[in-house]
Write a new protein. Sequence first.
Length: 196
Amino acid sequence: MTKRRLGRRRGTLHLIGGLMVASALIRMSSTGVAFAESAVTAPESQPAGAPMQVATNVTNEATPGTLLAALQAREKQLAEREAQFEDRMQALRVAEFEIEEQLAALVAAEEALKATIALADSAAENDLARLTRVYENMKPKDAAALFEQMTPDFAAGFLGLMDPVAAANIMTLMEPGSAYSISAVLAGRNATVPTQ
């Protein structure tokens, strides 16, 4: 190829490239005008998180000053939305902190209640054990007379905790009807416990 043909081709390529650049600049300027007009015509009281309204009437009369004003207005809107979002996030952080404090207080109260219940159960068990030992150490005749005055459920509770020999000595001195009632309660109190 000659230098002349190569120069013509390069000239043609430069011309096509220049036309493409000019086309791109024209498109960008039209897009800038459309963006500026959409920002200018967007409502000021648009709720946070709502999509932006885009204007459909595009004119080529926008100046750099109006474009700058539109961009500044849009920037102000974005700053306001960001401030609202930050306020909401702060409120959520405060609420989360308060909930965590309340949960910690509930856990502490639950632990205190468990400790109180355990103490009360232990005290009740100690009282029953002490009273059972008192009945075991009584003369069987006196204990039998006392157990006959109790309801069969109540008497069976104490006799079930006693040493079997002491319980047998007391029951032999009781009236047969009372001894039978207490024996029936003792025999049936675990009948409803599941076996599997």
